[in-house]
Design a protein around this ligand. Structure first.
Ligand code: FES
Length: 352
């Protein structure tokens, strides 16, 4: 991970769908190593306020790179007042955005050696597959071998499918790419590409016998399809990316059902006790009290926010990296831990 703070200048804004804009950003004053790390499929951390003016760091997949310092990201308007909403509404040509680092394990190199690759994308999670598919298309145009790729994409409505034209064109003009779209919130006439509803475990047969499966979407989407994929393709390599924290889904579910009470957090390393309203992830609680926690994905994938937790009442959302033994020993991820009530003991620096 490259952790310097740089700036990017917005060079171009393109409307991809009514809710999604593509921003072309030019890294300014960056050294060669940083520019090299701006690779399609990896993600760049931007520092930007939400609509209430609070600064946050958020990650965006690099969907395309043009030249040494110009790259694109796609940002979806979520309607929750978050950083993406504010970026979507305010970033325009000439705007400057602080960039913190580039990270990510998934890039073209992760899949080019495979014969068959499956991709499962939910909504704006298409940004990682589109980056990889563009790279594969470029390779195939140069006469290099590419894997067969089957992409299963889930979107609420047809109008909300980013890069649809490009995906359909890719399927029609290549022999190695197949597309299947599940439309979850409107009825569509089923044909070769489009089906109404959500994909079930049996629909993963569309992926063939993949050596690698790329899963990208919300935390809930990635968690559900990871389980199906593990069951159906136990030998496949899983490449998972999610930038949607589990907090959003939990907060929505709980908002009507329970008014948030308060929780006492006992930070065992410093013997500090803080009282915070319940209803947020432990990571959010700590950060909003000025307590720095190492974090990256905020979605239970990277493992950076590993802590120890005990006592009080808390729930653990499913994550993608802790083993059962880790959990039995009290390890948890701050981004996937939701203190509910009582005095919750938190060890911020557990042994590795
Ligand atoms: S921030 Fe990545 S697992 Fe919590």
């Amino acid at each position: 991970m490259n952790s310097i703070t740089l700036q990017a200048r917005c060079e171009r804004v393109t409307t991809e769908t009514t809710g999604v804009k593509v921003f072309a950003l030019r890294a300014q004053g960056a050294h060669a190593e940083f520019l090299h790390s701006l690779e399609p499929g990896k993600h760049v951390a931007l520092h930007y306020p939400n609509t209430a003016g609070t600064q946050h760091q958020r990650l965006y997949s690099i969907t395309r790179k043009q030249g040494a310092d110009l790259f694109e990201i796609a940002v979806k308007r979520e309607g929750r007042g978050g950083v993406s909403d504010h970026l979507h509404a305010t970033l325009q040509e000439g705007s400057i955005v602080p960039m913190q680092f580039v990270a990510g394990e998934i890039s073209l190199a992760s899949i080019v050696g495979c014969q068959q690759v499956g991709m499962l994308a939910g909504g704006i999670g298409i940004t990682l597959p589109i980056a990889l598919l563009r790279g594969l298309l470029e390779r195939s145009r140069r006469g290099l071998s590419v894997p067969r790729v089957a992409l299963l994409l889930c979107v609420p409505t047809i109008a909300e499918i980013p890069f649809l034209h490009e995906l359909l064109e890719l399927e029609l003009t290549t022999s190695w790419f197949a597309l299947q779209v599940f439309v979850t919130r409107e009825t569509v006439k089923s044909n070769g590409h489009f089906t109404s509803g959500r994909p079930g475990a049996e629909d993963l047969s569309f992926l063939g016998m993949p050596e690698a499966v790329v899963i990208c979407g919300s935390h809930r989407f990635a968690q559900g399809l990871r389980e199906h994929t593990l069951a159906m393709f136990p030998a496949s390599k899983l490449l998972i990316e999610s930038f949607t924290p589990p907090a959003a889904a939990v907060a929505t579910e709980q908002s009507d059902a329970q008014a948030p009470g308060s929780v006492r957090l006992h930070l065992t390393d410093s013997d500090q006790i803080i009282e915070v309203p319940a209803g947020k992830s432990l990571l959010d609680m700590l950060e909003s009290n000025g307590i720095a926690v190492r974090s990256l994905c905020r979605a239970g994938i990277c493992g950076n926010c590993r802590i120890k937790v005990s006592d009080g009442e808390y729930t653990l959302e499913p994550d993608f990296c802790l083993s059962d033994q880790d959990k039995d020993e009290g390890y948890a991820l701050a981004c996937c831990t939701f203190p509910q009530s009582g005095a919750v003991k938190v060890g911020l620096n557990p042994p590795a």
